[in-house]
Design a protein around this ligand. Sequence first.
Ligand code: GLC
Length: 474
Amino acid sequence: MKVLFVAAESAPFIKTGGLGDVIGSLPKALKNKGIDARVVLPLYSKIDKKKYNIKFVKYIYVSLGWKNIYCGIFKTEYKGVKYYFIDNEQYFNRNSVYGQFDDAERFAFFSKASIMIMPHIEFKADIINVNDWHTAMSIIYLDKLKKDNDSYYIDMKSVLSIHNIEFQGKYDKYLLGDVFGLGNEYLNVLTFGDCLNLMKGGIQLADRVNTVSETYSKEILNSFFSFGLDPILNIENHKIRGIVNGIDYEIFDPEEDQSIYKRYNKKSINDKYKNKLALQKELCLEENIEIPLIGMVTRLTDQKGIGLITEVAEQILNMGTQLVILGTGDPKYEEQLRHMENMRHDRMRSIIMFSNQMSSKIYAAADLYIMPSKSEPCGLSQLIAMRYGTIPVVHRVGGLRDTVEPFNIENGTGCGFTFESFNAYDMLDAIKRALDVFYYEKKAWKLLINNAMSYNSKWEKSAKKYIEMYKEIL
Ligand code: GLC
């Protein structure tokens, strides 16, 4: 079976968030199960061609509306997976991946080019698996090729993976012909409300739609989580699946991680505390393993629930904790966090930047990892935290619900602490429950760490489910 992943980002070449992690690891897992999974990405100027040995293959022209556009095709192989890159400097020589004034056109071009290159790279996919709104247009262009009876594409199927329903790609209707080069026969399918909505068009025409956790696939049928799309999702419900993400065990591995102070595993858990002392020292916090250290690595946005933290930070610290938060995002939250650090320099650090190295250090050093997301399609940080023996405290939604089983001290099961409603005081209560075990139930705490580190978030199980989904439509 041949599957072409079309995505706006993929680790290690270019990554802004969880989507990049997934595209950097799921194809490899599918490959291990005998699927010929390949990936196509935009060739952003930030991608290091030399480092990854990315080589020019050939160029073609892709028509988009009234334009005929240069499309260079590049290629490399990384850890056994073949990656293709679409080159066009006008679109991809920019200072950021998203947020450009012409994103609609950039990603429509990329989406179309990704399927047009197939005959030229001699890879005829059985299925294209597109990801989020950026590449949803591939499904529309594939549909158009089929309608035009193009024999090459006629049997090709499509899957749309939704990593976050919040971002849908909403644009003015005039783009339909001028920019996307589509006729009025696509107006209905792409229109939602009073604008074009690329995610909605993709959902409607895809053979299957999947979200990145089981719970999220149900939640988005509800207006609280759907950002308006629940009427469409309810109509298309029969083709929606939920498959939880895994993480790359080679990258997120406390035994191999070169960024942390002291590498460790389940059996050498005392070395985890060396990481804690070292981070406390680096950040000029009191060096003391008895003080519970709470970590958080996140985009500073409403969705991630950072507002709950700022609301009760004082109370969290007054329970005797240290708090270290790493991330960038909404300037309002950046400002609040800086202010909090100034007020409580004795116990709190706000590190306003993006750093893979610092995030590893926090995962390794912290006792608790807090994730109060308002909604969470899957969430990878809680999985990484668990692998590093750091106990997650999470709002029980989406993928957090599916992956963090609440600790049950009676029978010793579970690996985290959860709270049910999106409320700062419920979160505080969950932290308090965690701290009660940390302070007073030393044996149970050890067991908890062991449970967390034994949790299986390898891709294997989920890769199987992707294959089942693919088989359903072939
Ligand atoms: C998005 C979601 C996150 C998910 C990731 C990868 O970033 O917000 O929950 O884990 O995509 O699927």
